[in-house]
Write a protein of this length. Structure first.
Length: 644
């Protein structure tokens, strides 16, 4: 009986020991799995954030292009509004006048800003609540107003400046309840500002922003643990965390996405350090099992992701359930099972990681299939010969070579392409990878060339056997860049160079200290054409006049449109007699009657001439002096010229 008790006691002790070891084993495995999972979680988040940033690059580029078009569109409408109010003093503009402008041009609202004792006030507005308001506390906006009223370029570092016009950044208005684009154009003669604005969702740029929002929505919908995602401005996020940041005309914090300012601005982190280091912030939000991911997207914007911890922890919970079951079965051989389980779960995590990496690699491969793929080598004549040529572009054009068709590369590729590519290919033959952009057949490619070594060399010498090249088509990006560059330097209506392009050319000629003259042209009686026949006919008349100016354009005479009915030219290498003769001929040509849709219009031209260096040594000074000379001509009857 005593022996049986001793056996039972021993069995109980062994059972307790085994249970204790099982518990210790479970805690050990839990700690290992939990630590590894948290590290893997952070690594996966970092990869996803990098992937998301790359996915947004294209959409953000499209948005930037459309923002430029949006500002240009508002500029054109503002000039038309100024023409409609020409000759009317600020105090004489009625609310009915402003509402008529709003209906005619599709503005959300119109206001008149005027100088007053060192301040700028809202003299009249379609929004009655803001009439009489001072703008002294409007920060850089007030500075921009004063610069416009002083005929100075706006250089506040925000928005975009054109001739006599400044448009601020997309702005939140607390009085109007929404986001708007506010533009301000200067009426020089009566010295006041016409403020025209439209609600953000009425502007074409929001169709581009929709591309960014769609990308963010796709990311949120396809990643289970992402609750919300968006893009914020870094400077505004910093302001939200350090100041009250309330009041009228404030830039919005959240640019895109479905992020709401529900507490993520209150967490303790340094925005400047995150922007400088580029590190990813991962912090608990302290509510709803959510975490905040915050990372630099570009020089001015940050990516914000709110993730659901419960969704991310599902994988950990599944692993722990399996761990408990297997640990219970491993009681008898605890040490062996310990080693086996750690290896097993490490392998499971590796398999899962490899599966995710393979899926992402496959997706990336499909998305980045080369549009151009070639192999080449040097023959006995030191000529570059193709041994293989393939890719989406050549498959479409049926220009594929098999690996047995060895032809000289310049027989298949254009001379322009070879001129660009050959130095990089020769560089690769000298053991150096190289990357370049080149045009072929009207398309543009981003190409990487790398050396391929002969592995049969017995002496260990690295000999380049051939060169392999991969090319991705970038035609859309290149064409979009060219279009944006053209829009930035040319007038949208006439196609002539714009003010910025003209000044850049003028400054270059001044730097060369060449003798030159600036001629400022202003059309006489053009307002009557608009008032009598409408702006559509007026625009067609401007196009015809621009084409007449082009008749005289050459290396010695360069013409540009400043805006409205104002044009400016520079004459290089001509003396004053030649300039006077050319100006007279231009006035005669432009003043010839113009017929548009059976409507005959005739305008005159007043011109002012300023010479370098007599009238000024800077581009802006020469333009101002020529403008003054033109006004003297206009006051004396017009349809001629005056020399400053």
């Amino acid at each position: 009986m005593q022996k049986r008790l001793r056996i039972d006691n021993f069995a109980s002790i062994v059972l307790v020991v085994i249970l204790g070891m099982i518990i210790l084993e479970f805690l050990f495995i839990f700690q290992v799995v939990h630590t590894n999972f948290e590290e893997q979680q952070r690594q996966e988040l970092s990869r996803y954030v990098s992937f998301i940033s790359q996915s947004l690059e294209e959409s953000m580029a499209v948005t930037a292009d459309y923002d430029a078009l949006q500002n240009a569109n508002l500029y054109e409408k503002a000039k038309n509004a100024r023409n409609d109010l020409e000759g009317i003093a600020a105090v004489d503009i009625t609310n009915g006048d402003l509402e008529a402008l709003m209906d005619k041009h599709g503005f959300t609202g119109v206001a008149v800003f005027a100088p007053s004792d060192g301040d700028v006030i809202i003299l009249n507005s379609t929004n009655k609540d803001e009439i009489g308001l001072s703008t002294k506390s409007w920060s850089y906006w007030n500075t921009a107003f004063k610069q416009l009223l002083n005929n100075e370029p706006v250089d506040v570092g925000r928005g975009e400046y054109f001739q006599d016009f400044w448009v601020g950044p997309k702005t939140k208005s607390h009085t109007l309840k929404g986001y708007f684009k506010f533009g301000y154009i200067h009426n020089r003669e009566q010295n006041y500002l016409i403020n025209v604005y439209v609600q953000s969702d009425e502007m074409i740029a929001d169709r581009a922003a929709g591309s960014v929002n769609k990308t963010l929505d796709d990311i949120r919908d396809n990643i289970d643990y992402v609750d919300h995602i968006g893009i914020v401005k870094a400077e505004i996020l910093k302001a939200y965390r350090t100041t009250d940041y309330e009041g009228s005309n404030k830039e919005p914090l959240i640019m895109y996405g479905d992020i709401k300012n529900t507490g993520f601005t209150k967490i303790d982190y340094d925005v400047d350090k995150l922007m400088q280091s580029g590190r990813m912030l991962l912090e608990e939000l302290g509510r709803d099992n959510q975490k905040l991911v915050l990372k630099k997207l570009n020089d001015s914007e940050m990516l914000v992701i709110i993730i659901n911890s419960n969704e991310m922890d599902k994988l950990l919970n599944s692993i722990l359930k399996v761990t408990v079951g297997l640990t219970l079965l491993a009681g008898a051989t605890i040490l062996i099972v310990n080693f086996w389980m750690i290896r097993k779960y490490g392998a499971l995590m590796d398999v899962e990681r490899e599966r995710l990496d393979l899926a992402k690699s496959f997706q990336k491969t499909i998305q980045s299939m080369p549009a151009m793929l070639f192999h080449c080598y040097k023959n006995e004549m030191d000529e570059i010969v193709l041994s293989y040529n393939d890719g989406r572009y050549f498959t479409q054009d049926e220009l594929v070579l098999s690996d047995s068709d060895h032809v000289k590369m310049d027989t298949l590729y254009t001379p322009d392409f070879m001129e660009t590519a050959e130095p990089h290919i020769l560089k690769a033959f000298n053991h150096t990878k190289s990357r370049f952009e080149a045009e072929h057949g009207g398309r543009f490619f981003d190409i990487m060339v790398s050396p391929v070594y002969d592995t049969t060399m017995e002496d260990g010498e690295k000999k380049v056997k051939e060169i392999i090249g991969f090319g991705s088509e970038i035609s859309d990006r290149v064409n979009r860049t060219k279009e944006a560059e053209y829009l930035a330097t040319h007038d949208m209506l006439t196609g002539l160079p714009n003010r910025a392009s003209f000044i850049e050319c003028l400054e270059e000629n001044i730097d060369r200290e060449e003798e030159l003259f600036v001629i400022y042209f202003d059309l006489d009686k053009f307002k009557e054409v608009n008032d009598t026949h409408g702006h559509q006919v007026g625009d067609e008349v401007l196009k015809v006049i621009a084409s007449r100016f082009r008749l005289y354009a050459n290396n010695a005479f360069k013409i540009a449109r400043l805006g409205g009915d104002e044009f400016v030219a520079q004459c290089i290498g001509l003396d004053i007699d030649d300039v006077k003769h050319m100006t007279t001929r231009i006035i005669e040509t432009v003043s010839t009657p113009i017929e548009i849709n059976s409507i005959v219009s005739q305008v005159g031209v007043s011109a002012g001439i300023a010479g370098y260096p007599e009238n000024g040594t800077t581009a802006e000074k020469l333009i101002v002096e020529a403008d003054r000379a033109m006004y003297k001509c206009k006051k004396s009857g017009g349809n001629g010229f005056h020399i400053g």
